[in-house]
Design a protein around this ligand. Structure first.
Ligand SMILES: C=CC1=C(C)c2cc3[nH]c(cc4nc(cc5[nH]c(cc1n2)c(C)c5CCC(=O)O)C(CCC(=O)O)=C4C)c(C)c3C=C
Ligand SMILES: [Fe+2]
Length: 426
């Protein structure tokens, strides 16, 4: 059985639904705890965030891929691959293999049955082993295909969705090609970082000779709430992020803005979505020398409560017409004004990003920021106009720099027996 978001198995444990799990092998968490935690995921009306259980499993198969409207987990490992083979058959075989492994790992199992220690002493283990004893931790694996996969290598040109055009260059973009693009992306999200890393590592491992890692990004402390069951987290500027995000429970809004409908585009991707990834460096030291009043003017919300400057409480609506004397209370170049649906003719996107800190940059500055992820039904009509407005006018631009960018089309969810990317081959 699934919860209202259609993603979370709320009634069964890994052990009940699958054979041997990593958790059963090592007996880390009781089934009672699993049920209590999973049950807490549904039907929330209170302000407090429900506890999650590491044993919680998010269903791998369903109408839509998990990891989009699934309540955002705390950790992320995102990877973009270049396909290195020229063989369509080898690519299809890899996608089939990945599907089997992904389904196993999201259920809390090893990538292959008894793969860490059971293959014998004379072959490299077929599971790398670092997730032995760890539970599913709400792991989701979400796959997407970049525009480059639809070139002349594999015969997919006629399957290319119209909206899968490379994103335009935005003002002040300083993109590193080594952190941009990619033929295939996999987003791993989990509440245990080691579970997310294990999943990507094992998928990358078996891709050897067929696809190689182009770039990857680790993230922590989700920067958006994607469900009304979640408290709003804070980003590295210290502000609540995700207050005015699309929430999974708003199914009409999700259908309107996130899922591709039949008739929108290529039939194979109905029920899918588009993923925009932007690695946005935050100039932390500069921000930290900025007075609170200016920080709040730049965002357009108060730092403590997250309330719009025109209101009192976090979830008060933005009042863009509110004035203090002759001046707008929410400044003309405030981030929330420029990104708001009111300003953009109703445009909305689902944000699902993560903080990152990748050490320092050699000049004594933190290499930190926001790995921005947005899901939308049509990136050209949603993300592009929004980012155009922000790149031209946002007061926040003084404190951020976009250094990586990628766009992927995410196919719909899988029915029993289907494999990742099947719609491309049939
Ligand atoms: C193109 C889309 C967006 C980019 C890129 C982006 C970067 C970015 N945002 C923050 C911090 C905050 N953003 C907030 C709201 C907000 N941001 C976007 C879009 C992009 N942000 C939207 C659509 C909204 C909602 C606007 C509205 O209608 O109210 C907020 C306020 C809290 C909230 O509602 O989430 C913060 C804070 C950073 C730091 C950043 C890049 C580093
Ligand atoms: Fe934002």
């Amino acid at each position: 059985m699934t919860d209202p978001t259609g993603t979370t198995d709320t009634t069964t444990t890994v052990d009940e639904r699958k054979g041997v799990s990593r958790r059963r092998l090592f007996g880390a968490v009781g089934a009672g705890a699993a049920l209590a935690g999973a049950g807490a995921l549904v039907g929330r009306a209170t302000a407090a965030e429900p506890p999650f259980s590491h044993a919680d499993v998010v269903a791998f198969r369903g109408e839509h891929q998990a990891g989009v409207v699934t309540p955002a987990q705390d950790r992320m490992h995102f990877v973009a691959f270049d396909v290195t083979t020229k063989s369509r058959e080898e690519l299809e075989a890899l996608l089939k293999k990945w599907t089997v492994m992904a389904e196993r790992m999201t259920a809390g199992e090893e990538a292959t049955p008894d793969g860490a220690i059971g293959d014998g002493l004379y072959v490299p283990p077929s599971d790398t082993g670092e997730a032995l004893g760890l539970a599913a931790s709400q792991l989701t694996l979400t796959i997407g295909f970049g525009p480059s996969l639809f070139d002349d290598r594999f015969g997919f040109a006629s399957k290319k969705p119209a909206a899968l055009e490379e994103l335009p260059h935005f003002r002040a973009d300083n993109l590193d090609p080594a952190r941009s693009g990619g033929d295939i992306a996999i987003q791993a999200c989990a509440n245990d970082p080691q579970v997310a890393v294990h999943a990507i590592r094992n998928l990358a491992r078996v891709a050897f000779g067929t696809a190689s890692v182009r770039w990857s990004q680790l993230g922590f402390g989700r920067t958006s709430s994607t469900s009304t069951t979640q408290d709003t987290p804070r980003n590295l500027f210290g502000f609540k992020d995700g207050t005015n995000n699309i929430k999974a429970e708003e199914t009409d809004v999700v259908d309107e803005n996130v899922w591709v409908a039949y008739g929108d585009d290529q039939p194979w991707m109905a029920g899918g979505t588009y993923l925009v990834a932007r690695r946005i460096r935050m100039l932390i030291e500069q921000w930290d020398r900025t007075v609170l009043g200016e920080q709040e003017r730049v965002i357009g919300r108060s730092k403590g409560s997250g309330a719009p400057l025109s209101g009192k409480a976090e979830f008060d609506e933005l009042d863009l017409d509110s004035k203090k004397g002759h001046d707008p209370v929410i400044d003309v170049d405030a981030h929330v004004r420029l990104a708001s649906a009111q300003e953009l003719g109703g445009i909305q996107i689902l944000r699902r990003g993560y903080n990152f800190t990748d050490g320092s940059d050699g000049f004594g500055h933190l290499d930190a920021g926001l790995f921005f992820i947005a899901y939308c039904r049509n990136p050209q009509e949603q993300f592009v106009p929004m980012q155009l407005n922000l790149s031209r006018n946002d007061a926040m631009n003084e404190y951020i720099q976009h250094v990586g960018s990628a766009l992927f089309v995410c196919p719909p969810g899988l029915a029993e027996g289907q494999y990742w990317g099947q719609g491309l081959f049939t």
